[in-house]
Ligand binder design. Structure first.
Ligand code: GDD
Ligand code: MN
Length: 374
């Protein structure tokens, strides 16, 4: 090899640069005080491994990105993917994995709840080709009082979610909702276009989307108590996960968002019927009008918090969005009341009439608001 063919990027053959072995993806939202401690722990755990850490931060108001960049300025192993105007754990994990050039990528929470000392074992299993995915499990080999860092209600919910997840994956993974795993990067790349970008269940989604079933390996660890800050997992995340399960069960024929919209619509029907029944004494048409408005308001708020969680409106945008929503939903309101009144006058049952009116409105609402409001 003659020296003059070498461009500026060519490495000195006498000192070959070690190739990158592992990309550690750390999704963060409001984890500023945890960045330094986490990197110190990674550094200690990954001694002898050529690694990089990619923090994917959704412009946290506490300045997490700035903390990462200050360290990145002096440590080239550290990278900050600073995302603006976007939220979502799953999307952050996917983007981080796609940004890495390492053959294997690990995903670990930024709050020190996961046991980073497992990483070398996970890497070894993948490098020796004993598995395609290694999952850190909170439930493997622990009986009863395991995952105690979760609350009791969280834990019951987590177990139900796991049970459902196992049915969909048709594999005995004990913690398919784990946020702590390592995988061949290629397995993320091939399914990336199909993955949901919001919600917490990215491992589940990656596994469920594979054409050929990946070989799993699970390693037990003890879920630690969060270091600083607070959890971002709330009820909306759980409902979102149920939508994802339903989408996977339908083999992606129906989108999670559509299922969610339909579920919220169904809750709106209940609201509509309850108000209608309570106000029947003021006359049917008037009662159905108020009932429809009530259902509209609850549908808007729930859709905003859950269905369109990733584009959630707050403050002034919440108000203008509501006005748009009401305007759009008022178009079929006349039809709603007319159809319901018509059915009511012909039929014996007040609730069949209410449902008929609601269905007419629901179809219109879905089509128009999904485009115009969110
Ligand atoms: N970039 C980005 N964007 N990061 C996020 C977002 C987001 O919208 N939401 C949460 N994160 C980051 C947090 O900063 C943290 O590093 C990690 O994702 C996990 O979030 P937590 O809020 O700490 O979740 P948890 O501890 O309650 O949930 C645990 O259990 C889940 C399943 O039951 C975690 O282990 C999750 O990873 C796991 O999926
Ligand atoms: Mn956490």
């Amino acid at each position: 090899m003659s020296a003059d063919t070498g461009g500026p990027l060519r490495h000195d053959p006498a000192r070959p640069a070690p190739s990158l072995e592992l990309g550690v993806i750390v999704p963060t939202f409001k984890e500023a005080p945890n960045v330094g401690p986490l990197l110190a722990k990674l550094e200690a755990a990954l001694e002898g491994v050529v690694w990089q850490a990619i923090f994917v931060d959704d412009d946290s108001p506490d300045g997490t990105a700035a903390v990462v960049k200050a360290i990145a300025a002096v440590d080239p192993r550290v990278i900050c993917l600073h995302r603006i105007g976007r939220r979502g754990l799953a999307g952050a994990v996917i983007e981080g994995a796609l940004a890495s050039a390492a053959p294997f990528v690990a995903v670990i929470d930024g709050d020190l709840q996961h046991d980073e000392t497992l990483l070398p074992q996970m890497l070894k299993a993948l490098q020796e080709d004993r598995a395609d995915v290694v999952v850190g499990s909170r439930y493997l080999g622990v009986a009863g009082a395991d995952a105690s860092a979760l609350g009791a209600r969280r834990e019951a919910g987590s177990r139900l979610a796991n049970w459902l997840g196992q049915r969909v994956l048709r594999a005995p993974v004990t913690d398919p909702m784990s946020g702590f795993f390592m995988i061949r990067r290629e397995l993320v790349e091939t399914v990336a276009p199909e993955l949901a970008t919001s919600g917490f269940k990215v491992l589940f989604d990656i596994l469920a989307s594979q054409k050929t079933p990946p070989r799993y390996l699970e390693l037990p660890y003890e879920f630690r108590v969060r270091n600083a800050g607070e959890s971002k997992l709330d009820n909306g995340v759980v409902v979102q996960y149920l939508g994802l399960l339903a989408a996977k069960l339908s083999r992606d024929l129906i989108s999670p968002r559509f299922i969610m919209f339909a579920l919220v619509g169904a809750s709106g029907v209940v609201v509509n019927l309850v108000i209608l029944r309570l106000l029947l004494h003021i006359g049917f048409a008037a009662a159905q009008l108020v009932a429809a408005l009530g259902a509209m308001t609850s549908n808007y708020l729930i859709n905003n918090a859950v269905t369109y969680r990733d584009r959630r409106k707050r403050g002034l945008a919440l108000v203008t969005g509501y006005l748009k929503f009401v305007m759009l939903c008022s178009v079929p309101l006349a039809a709603n009341v007319a159809v319901a009144t018509m059915v009511y006058e012909r039929g014996p049952s007040w609730w069949v009439a209410g449902v008929a009116g609601a269905i007419v409105a629901a179809v219109w609402n879905y089509v128009t608001t999904s485009r115009a409001v969110w």
